[in-house]
Design a protein around this ligand. Sequence first.
Ligand SMILES: Cc1ncc(C[n+]2csc(CCOP(=O)(O)OP(=O)(O)O)c2C)c(N)n1
Ligand SMILES: [Mg+2]
Length: 674
Amino acid sequence: MNNSIELMNKAANNIRILAAAMVEKAKSGHPGGAMGGADFINVLYSEFLEYDPKNMAYEGRDRFFLDPGHMAPMLYAQLCLAGKFTTDELQTLRQWGSPVTGHPELEVRHRGIENTSGPLGQGHCFAVGAAIAAKHLDALVGGDIMNQTIYAYISDGGVQEEISQGAGRIAGTLGLDNLVMFYDSNDIQLSTETAAVTAEDTAAKYRAWGWKVLEINGNDVEQIRGALTIAKATKGQPTLIIGKCIMGKGALKADGTSYERNCKTHGAPLGGDAYVNTIKNLGGDPEDPFQVLPEVKKLYLQRRAELRKIMDAKYAKKAAWAEKNPEKAHLLKEWFSGKAPVIDWSKVQQKPDDSTRSASAAVLSQLAQQVPNMICASADLSNSDKTDGFLKQTHSITRGDFSGAFFQAGVAELTMACCCIGMALHGGVIPACGTFFVFSDYMKPAVRMAALMELPVKFIWTHDAFRVGEDGPTHEPVEQEAQIRLMEKLKTHKGRNSMLVLRPADSDETTAAWKLAMENTLSPTGLIFSRQNIKTLPADNDYSQTEKGAYVVAGSDEEYDVILLASGSEVATLVAGAEMLREDDIKCRIVSVPSEGLFRRQPKAYQNRILPPGKPKFGMTAGLPVTLEGLVGQDGEIWGLSSFGFSAPYKVLDEKLGFTGQNVYNQVKKMLKK
Ligand SMILES: Cc1ncc(C[n+]2csc(CCOP(=O)(O)OP(=O)(O)O)c2C)c(N)n1
Ligand SMILES: [Mg+2]
């Protein structure tokens, strides 16, 4: 830390120039915040952040999470100084095929981007999850190998987002002293000054949550250094560094007057003479702004040399530890490989006619015993969503003891989901989280981010339908399945389904669904389970077919008049209806469709064999009819729900809403007569 203040200020100005020039060239983007935060990020990267420039994905690296993704030009410029982007690449901001996109989310290996969150707030919560994962792994392997620091950067928008309440509460409650968050408090946001929307005492708020809070001038190198040094030495608490920063620091208007602290610099290029004046004011050349100054280059080459020494020491320490702890070293390597764990599924004991949430508990009990790097969470519903099957085999993560594998998130579904995403981003652990299906609504923004980033988080959603009717209509999911299954229809640009969603039909299909979830390392998985008991499918059902997404249920007639199809508990209702139809000599094929998304990945010949076009089809869903429209098409009818708001015990609702074998019989008879 012997770098002169003058040099450090020059480097920060270099970041400002690059960020402003990128936005100017792109004719779109956010220069102001990036210019304000440049001093912090420069101090962090040139003096504190410990990583291996030659092995960016090294598992013991410090991590930097940028919550305000709109400040990505600041990160790109910084990573350019660190040698991860060229100045030519910076000139392509926001263009087709460019590596410097707007709001990038993930590119660790080549570029060193852990995550930047487009949706404000989620990003710093990812950091909380990453800090939990680091602590848990440290507790599992010991040896002070997983001793990395997780840095987060938050802005006014992230602090205002409700999720900051959950992130702040959890980090404080667990005493995450490996988490250091910088708050770029620049008093400006998109449309107003922050004073127009908040009068809170943010420092007092975080202190109340148990954080150590430091208040500094966020554009002062010495103060940033001092705060980071204190934060790193702090034990038992996360640290928040509130840096008062100047939005658009160094910016000048066209007339040469100050353009600092101005909302207009939040989300638009500085423009024309304002841009020219600003670049000159910061010591750059407006004709040739995409330069890394020689002395700044030297600063970062020197940091590279320091990092080499730091990393050599870390690697030596790890090697000595690995020699003494070969098994743990092997496990750590396996866990960070991201490969699916090897599981002996024969150990899962299912009961017939069980609810699928309870069947899930039976699986989770085995996963807790067989997958030592799995972390399961619940939003205060563990005994209802049956994640307690996992909990009973371990204990909860608590302040000071991170050896447990259960994460009690409290009533905070979005926070829980984002923490799990952060764990997945950190790597080395397999996160899962449970709550009621109806509250998937609270999690959808996080599910989308997990899907976009191809993160294999497992979402466990129970109480899957109107049959929670006694709790009242607010707790009855109706449209949620259609909503979440939309993600199955959305592919990532790599051509993979962005999500796998499975709603199993009975307890054994639940085991098969969990197997698919654990084997799915390339996208999030949603598992939708029933609260009520479900009659087991007919004997000799081939559950291995679950992996096809849809399959013919045992006991179906070879020559059939009608195909009955459903997912979840409605399959058993179809089985009951089919028995009655057969008495009238109507032969039935019953198809269980736990995942249409998976079914659509099968060869066309298979799809046509299971659901031949032109054959009469009857679909039943406790969700919106649209849930099955893609499968039934023009070939028949769907019995579903197109209204909500009922309240009664579930058996009454089954009768009233027509989810009975008798109604299957009635509807199919009617349909075939037409
Ligand atoms: C969840 C969410 N809501 C809204 C936005 C749109 N948005 C982007 S930046 C911003 C204002 C942010 O202000 P601040 O965080 O203070 O950033 P600064 O203006 O200081 O750069 C808004 C509303 C968003 N990205 N995410
Ligand atoms: Mg701001």
